[in-house]
Design a protein around this ligand. Structure first.
Ligand SMILES: *Cc1c(COP(=O)(O)O)cnc(C)c1O
Length: 374
């Protein structure tokens, strides 16, 4: 079965990892710093802390922002559950804004209607790789004293209005899971414009340990002294993963180009295919395409999905509206809350898209889509 996404690993990647394995540091050594610096460089030179996953990055980011009971986080239901669940785990109330029907991206008007004095974070998602409308998100957030968060698990390497992902929101979160645009095995990162947020994030991802003598609250016990002011977890990414990440970053531009070429071929093939809608690109955006999101019209999504799977095309659906998950449904979120997101979900299929896809694999998918739709 041709997967909907997969990693691209070269001999150089393997050598970079093996080199770390032969060295002194497996976990938090010099390579973590080097990787964080390189992530900073492609993210508008903002501050960075790496984490063990995108989910850990979200949990860390919300923790660093001090989100808790009484606070509200506005986000989209058209995302992986962690965008919302990691804020809920800190005790925040989640408000789901609807999406734009054509792109699946969070709709600024819907966000604005949900803001109030409790709004602490507006968490947008760069669905499929297209940056959300951050100029609008930032304007809406400023008006109520909230901050913006970009869940950029899909979009590292993309741009909006010439500005890179990582520099569009106050805080940005990446995932380096193998199906994403670059990988460290498991991994993620938090990026922020404000150094204080990253300092808090760094402590949160390291059990809350404070080692800076200037900030000690108790008497220094000796050279071994370190102390905890707030609870944290161990979300530290390893040198092993970061070596892979650095090697992968060198190929990010090539990955982007390969993904764009496949997207262009799909668009051309499906442009006037009846019963299908191809992805709509946002103006002013230069996306790192992570997903190719076909919409199957006329209530035929499941039939087409099953035919494709049966014929060796490993399609996926991204995503079940987050508040349909029983954990949110049991909190009182009802179906119908975000009609555009629910309609989008009911039509969506993600076709295979990854940097190493060969021309003949793309041809095969196109052929199978024509067969499944007809
Ligand atoms: C993958 C993903 C995450 C979580 O990242 P992991 O590294 O898998 O924990 C969060 N948000 C979105 C939109 C994702 O696609």
């Amino acid at each position: 079965m041709l997967p909907y996404g997969r990693q691209s690993i070269s001999e150089e990647d393997i050598e970079a990892v093996v080199k770390v394995l032969r060295g002194d540091w497996l976990t938090t050594g010099p390579v973590v710093d080097q990787f964080e610096q390189k992530i900073s460089k492609i993210s508008g030179n903002n501050f960075v802390v790496s984490t063990t996953s995108g989910t850990a990055a979200l949990h860390t980011a919300y923790g660093a922002l001090g989100i808790g009971p009484g606070d509200e986080v506005i986000t989209t239901p058209m995302t992986f559950v962690a965008t919302a669940s990691c804020a809920a785990m800190h005790g925040a109330k989640i408000r789901f804004a609807d999406v734009c029907p054509e792109t699946g991206l969070i709709d600024p008007a819907s966000v604005e209607a949900l803001t109030n004095e409790q709004t602490k974070v507006i968490a947008a998602v760069d669905y499929a790789g297209q940056p959300a409308d951050y100029p609008e998100m930032n304007r809406i957030a400023r008006a109520v004293g909230a901050v913006t968060l970009a869940d950029a698990a899909h979009s590292i390497g993309g741009f909006l209005n010439g500005h890179p992902v990582g520099d569009l929101a106050d805080v940005t979160v990446y995932s380096f899971f193998p199906t994403k645009n670059l990988t460290t095995g498991e991994g993620g990162a938090v990026v922020a414009k404000d150094q204080k947020i990253i300092q808090r994030a760094r402590e949160f991802h390291n059990i809350g340990l404070v080692r800076d003598a200037d900030r000690f609250m108790m008497e220094d016990e000796g050279p071994w002294h370190q102390e905890v002011h707030e609870f944290g977890l161990n979300y530290r990414l390893t040198d092993i993963g970061c070596a892979l990440g650095i090697s992968q970053l060198q190929k990010l531009a090539a990955f982007k180009q390969q993904r764009a070429q496949i997207v262009a071929r799909y668009n051309q093939a499906f442009f006037d295919l009846e019963g299908i809608a191809t992805p709509v690109q946002v103006e002013e955006s230069n996306p790192m395409w992570h997903l190719y999101t076909l919409r199957v019209l006329g209530g035929r999504r499941r039939t087409v999905f099953e035919k494709l799977r049966a014929n060796g095309v490993g399609v996926q659906v991204n995503y079940l509206p987050v508040y349909w998950h029983p954990v949110f449904a049991s909190m009182g979120y009802e179906r119908g809350l975000c009609p555009n997101a629910e309609k989008y979900y009911s039509e969506e299929i993600s076709l295979p898209l990854f940097a190493d896809m060969s021309d003949s694999q793309v041809d095969f998918v196109i052929e199978q889509v024509f067969a499944a739709v007809s």
